[in-house]
Design a protein around this ligand. Structure first.
Ligand code: HXC
Length: 295
């Protein structure tokens, strides 16, 4: 049995040399860092295995974000945050139909006010927006309601040509509850955000790119490999300084220009206390590749 397992792993490793998507043997996918996952696949990708992959995998419900799934995403993010090798995380959906079709409507339909208010329903979703390491959303299909909202909690959104973004909560008699009215408005401006939130109608990947919600659009079969490529590039830099850069860009969403520029300057000054700033500049002067130590 052990020999069979080794052979299967060898076969899968041979396949992983062909496709970065298969970088970790499928046998270990449901189990990562000792955690068993039911609704997501977790693995590492990239030549140096420095990209954390989280694939939402509840295809029968179009990856609807039930409590169990979001709890698993939180656990996987905590694992990758603690993993010194991982420099960037990619979040995507299994298959080509859905990234996530929203919060689980069947689960939500029976909830009462005192339950959602008293239990602070959705409070564990914000974890995604609070990660220190960058997260790239590779949106492969429907990103509706909570699906669009978790994509917007990520730092970069790449989309497949088939992706659709929308906030259809209004048709369910509710409103976006995980940042849809706030992050969408900041990303695409008031008129388009208001149109999407009030009509509930989705926009295409191309429209999302034009509006600034998405930075790049790819054919479906290239989406994840392109996201991994970008993640590898990010992971090749100093993790310490990447975290500073991410924090500075995110501050622009919360602060006045004067405060933001001051905050940026202070972080820029702080980077001079790091070994990696010294190394990066020395490497340029000496015409060699920088060897960052995340210190
Ligand atoms: C639970 C869902 C679901 C959801 C799809 N399914 N979306 N289950 N919650 N959000 C289930 C369907 O019930 C069905 O299962 C299966 O997935 C396939 O879906 P179909 O509707 O048959 O597929 P299709 O006809 O291709 O239509 C695709 C779709 C549609 C346009 C994406 O599924 C749809 O409109 N889904 C709901 C989208 C939505 O309103 N999202 C916002 C949710 S509210 P069964 O077993 O029944 O066949 C929200 C609130 C956010 O996100 C607030 C803060 C987080």
């Amino acid at each position: 049995m052990a020999a069979l397992r080794v052979t299967v792993q060898k076969l899968l490793q041979a396949r992983s040399a062909v496709s970065p998507l298969l970088a970790v043997p499928a046998l270990s996918r449901a189990c990562h860092h000792g955690h068993h996952f039911e609704y997501i696949n977790v693995s590492k990708a990239g030549e140096k295995q420095n990209v954390g992959m989280i694939e939402l995998n509840r295809p029968k419900a179009l990856n609807a974000l039930c409590d169990g799934l979001m709890g698993e995403v939180k656990t996987a993010l905590e694992d990758f945050e603690a993993d010194k090798e991982v420099g960037c995380i990619v979040l995507t959906g299994s298959g080509q139909k859905a990234f996530a079709a929203g919060a689980d409507i069947k689960e939500m339909s029976i909830r009462k006010f005192q339950e959602v208010f008293g239990g602070n329903f959705l409070s564990n979703w914000s974890h995604l927006a609070d990660t220190t390491k960058p997260v790239i959303a590779a949106v492969n299909g429907y990103a509706l309601g909570g699906g669009c909202e978790i994509a917007m909690m990520c730092d970069i959104i790449y989309a497949s040509e088939k992706a659709r973004f929308g906030q259809p909560e209004i048709a369910l008699g509710t409103i976006p509850g995980a940042g849809g009215t706030q992050r969408l408005t900041r990303a695409v401006g008031k008129s388009l955000a208001m149109e999407m939130v009030l009509t509930g109608l989705p926009i295409t990947a191309q429209e999302a790119q034009q509006a600034g919600l998405v930075s790049k659009v790819f054919p479906p079969d290239q989406l994840v490999s392109e996201a991994i490529k970008a993640a590898e590039k990010i992971a090749s830099h100093s993790k310490l300084v990447v975290a500073m850069a991410k924090e500075a860009v995110n501050a622009s969403q919360e602060m006045t220009l004067r405060e933001g520029v001051h905050f940026e300057k202070r972080l820029f000054h702080a980077s001079f206390a790091t070994n990696d700033r010294k190394e990066g500049m020395a490497a340029f002067v000496e015409k060699r590749k920088a060897e960052f130590t995340d210190s």
